[in-house]
Design a protein around this ligand. Structure first.
Ligand SMILES: C[S@@+](CC[C@H](N)C(=O)[O-])C[C@H]1O[C@@H](n2cnc3c(N)ncnc32)[C@H](O)[C@@H]1O
Length: 271
């Protein structure tokens, strides 16, 4: 049954991304580029087409464009779309090789109209749509022959995932000024122990800063994204591997972190 996307309780991703862009700098952009290069196992994206599904801040579209790709970005949230447009204004003003629009990965006609791409990127997106498996299938359909699909999906942790889902629902249900009631305990739960360890070892905030080194994200934006990110679905790595192997996609590399984090996968279309 099709999902009524407008009726879903939904986290305001775009507002979070707008705040994130205030802290964007060259080092974070370089980290995002390195993440793409290393996961896709390339040194450049020259001559490639790149579809960024759920582009969020637009950072990875920017990274792909800087690596030479012709980029198409879209996001369901109009404020996320504005973020990517703002980034294009700053770095690739009036560039015809970077198209940005509002759209949904669940919209079959829209997805079909885009055609296929050498790289389809949907990091941390498909589990926030309200119909994860349909979203994964649509993303897979957009991969060209010999193209790559790079996705990240929250790991299924059984009852723990159910608890997080309840926390996220509560966050989105509360009015803005009361959301700290959910965020503060989560901050302590997720960051308290590493903070104490760093403090004892004489390196306060080391783990906090290290998080930025992974994808060029900001730890605070990531925390709010994690606590609030809703709709929320999960899958085990095995489920993802099975689902996409039935769609002629072969895994090139993946990480099964076994935690609440997103598992990451790069697949190649072999047929
Ligand atoms: C956690 S963010 C990830 C952003 C970006 N891909 C990244 O790696 O930083 C999830 C994004 O998916 C977008 N999103 C949610 N549902 C969507 C849908 N049905 N179609 C397209 N984008 C969607 C949200 O608006 C949000 O910007």
């Amino acid at each position: 049954m099709p999902v009524n996307e407008k009726a879903l309780p939904r986290f305001a991703f775009g507002a979070n991304w707008t705040r994130f862009l205030e802290s964007l700098n060259d080092a974070k952009i370089a980290t995002a580029e390195n993440s793409l290069k290393s996961w896709l196992n390339v040194s450049t994206l020259d001559g490639k087409t790149f579809l960024d599904i759920g582009s969020g801040s637009g950072l990875f579209s920017l990274a792909a464009r800087r690596l030479g790709a012709t980029v198409r970005s879209f996001d369901f949230d109009p404020n996320s779309v504005k973020c990517a447009v703002w980034l294009r204004e700053q770095y690739f003003k009036e560039d015809p090789r970077w198209i940005i629009e509002q759209g949904s990965v669940l919209d079959e006609a829209f997805m079909r109209s885009l055609g296929t791409f050498d790289v389809v990127y949907a990091w941390g997106v498909l589990h926030h749509t309200g119909a994860m498996w349909q979203a994964i299938a649509h993303a897979a359909n957009a991969v060209a022959s010999q193209g790559q699909l790079f996705i990240a999906i929250y790991n299924d942790q059984g009852w723990k995932s159910w608890v997080w889902k309840t926390i996220k629902r509560t966050y989105n249900f509360l009015p803005g000024p009361l959301r700290f009631l959910v965020v503060l305990p989560c901050l302590v739960l997720l960051k308290g122990l590493p903070f104490l360890q760093d403090l004892i070892l004489g390196h306060p905030f080391r783990s906090w800063k290290k998080q930025t080194e992974q994808r060029g994200m900001s730890p605070w934006s990531d925390l709010i994204d994690w606590v609030g990110g809703y709709p929320f679905e999960v899958a085990t790595a095995v489920e993802i591997l099975q689902f996409l192997s039935q769609r002629s996609l072969t895994p090139e590399r993946f990480s099964d972190y076994g935690s609440s984090a997103c598992n990451e996968f790069v697949f190649k279309r072999t047929a």
